[in-house]
Design a protein around this ligand. Structure first.
Ligand SMILES: [Zn+2]
Length: 118
């Protein structure tokens, strides 16, 4: 039950020409950072990716279509992004499970040591 998702880190409008429609007003570069979320925790990973989309011709521009100019701009922007540090956040369910485990452990200990008997 592991889901991989991305959140948007930064969106940059580029004034390069779109390889598809040659407009220089539509290109947008989006940097995304991966996080993993399940019932127990939400973890931010160090992995980032980028996507390019042209708002003029409504096309996703894949790296194979990038010109040298675009590649340079992307490389420059990539150095300028600030990914969030890796982190792990436990959810309530995880705390409940940890707490129940702790209580169970205490009960077992009390039982073993004879303080508690049924
Ligand atoms: Zn375009």
């Amino acid at each position: 039950m592991k889901k991989q998702q991305y959140f948007t880190l930064k969106e940059v409008r580029l004034n390069n020409n779109c390889p598809e429609c040659y407009s220089n007003e539509g290109l947008e570069l989006t940097f995304k950072q991966k996080f993993v979320e399940n019932a127990f925790y939400k973890a931010i990973t160090e992995e980032t990716k980028n996507e390019m989309y042209c708002h003029t011709c409504h096309t996703t521009i894949f790296p194979v279509r990038w010109t040298d100019d675009i590649e340079q701009v992307v490389a420059y922007q990539e150095r300028a992004i600030n990914p969030k540090p890796k982190s792990l956040k436990l959810k309530q369910l995880a705390w409940v499970v940890i707490l129940l485990d702790a209580i169970l452990l205490v009960v077992i200990l009390l039982f073993i040591t004879g303080i508690l008997s049924f």
